[in-house]
Design a protein around this ligand. Structure first.
Ligand SMILES: [Zn+2]
Length: 171
């Protein structure tokens, strides 16, 4: 089975052009940025050999047009597309890719992460260098020293209110 793997050019955590899983598997990936014409790219690739699946990692960074183009890949080229990404940013706002994927996807699968309290972690806290949470600023920071922690909604609110994640973890 031939799978085309894409990841966002913005994400260079694991080196350029590679998708890695936390269990250690990795695969080379094509990079997409806001100007990438995914439908044309996939259509061109299909000419050399059949494509059985398209996988897009970091799909929260897709634009509205790119999500629509991926729905054309499913509807016109008849190739299944799997997108993996975050639902919301550290401000609790949808990413553009997530917004249109939620609207256009045939199927949604929620991968559950657990907060330190045991509840479902549905929010992402951004912590600065000193470990203080903050929810203002740019949606994407490249090369910064901030850290992201998945927490439940209740603890997301509490951490921002108290200005500290550590202060609430004992409760
Ligand atoms: Zn919690």
């Amino acid at each position: 089975m031939r799978t085309l793997v894409y990841t966002a050019e913005i994400d260079n955590r694991f080196g350029v052009g590679k998708v890695s899983s936390r269990i250690g598997l990795s695969s080379p990936a094509r990079l997409y940025n806001p100007t990438t014409d995914l439908l044309a790219d996939i259509r061109a690739e299909q000419k050399s050999a059949p494509i059985h699946c398209v996988l897009v990692d970091e799909s929260q960074f897709l634009s509205k047009e790119q999500v629509y183009a991926l729905s054309d890949v499913v509807d016109e080229l008849d190739i299944p597309v799997l997108c993996y990404g975050l639902r919301t940013d550290f401000r609790g706002e949808l990413f553009s890719g997530s917004q249109y994927l939620l609207a256009l996807s045939d199927k949604l699968v929620e991968l559950k992460t657990i907060c330190f309290c045991g509840r479902k972690a549905s929010m992402v806290l951004r912590l600065d260098q000193e470990g203080r949470p903050y929810n203002e600023g740019e949606q994407v920071v490249i090369g910064g020293n901030e850290r992201y922690v998945s927490v439940c909604r209740k603890h997301y609110k509490e951490a921002l209110l108290k200005g500290s994640l550590q202060a609430i973890q004992g409760n």
